[in-house]
Design a protein around this ligand. Structure first.
Ligand SMILES: [Fe+2]
Ligand SMILES: [Fe+2]
Length: 147
């Protein structure tokens, strides 16, 4: 399975024009680790949250707000080579929603969508923002915040 996610990461790097340190592959790998940790408690779909980790910021154009980078990456999902991984239509819907709306600042009661967003927000320290419990969707995410 690691080979699959390495390929997905390489694919994301190949379409990532922003070359950002803040929102690039190192961030994606930390989100993946966060997602795997959270999933042990949240009951998320592990495939969806790991795909989210590598794809959610792949269409950023810069390190600014670039509020449309979520929708752009969601619109790009049909271009993901099918030979990499096969997921169900339900998994694709969850992934599409999580990526499209990850910049909207909202939370979700869905364990998979919530885990995606918490995994991303738990890495906010890299841009000088302390993750806070009230912005987390899952109990596991809240438990990892110090305020
Ligand atoms: Fe993002
Ligand atoms: Fe991110």
């Amino acid at each position: 399975m690691e080979n699959v996610f390495n390929k997905i990461c390489e694919y994301a790097e190949s379409i990532f024009t922003c070359r950002s340190e803040l929102h690039g592959p190192a961030h994606w790998r930390r989100v993946d680790i966060n997602a795997q940790l959270l999933t042990e408690h949240s009951g998320a779909d592990i495939i969806v949250v790991r795909l989210f980790a590598y794809l959610h910021d792949s269409c950023r154009l810069d390190d600014g707000r670039d509020h449309m980078h979520g929708p752009r990456a969601a619109n790009n999902l049909p271009d993901l080579p099918e030979s990499f991984i096969t997921i169900s239509s339900t998994q694709m819907q969850l992934l599409e929603y999580a990526i499209r709306h990850h910049t909207d600042g909202i939370t979700s009661d869905d364990p998979t969508i919530g885990t995606c967003w918490d995994a991303d927000r738990l890495d906010l320290g890299r841009v000088g923002i302390t993750p806070i419990a009230e912005r987390m969707s899952t109990q596991a995410g809240k438990d990892l915040c110090f305020q």
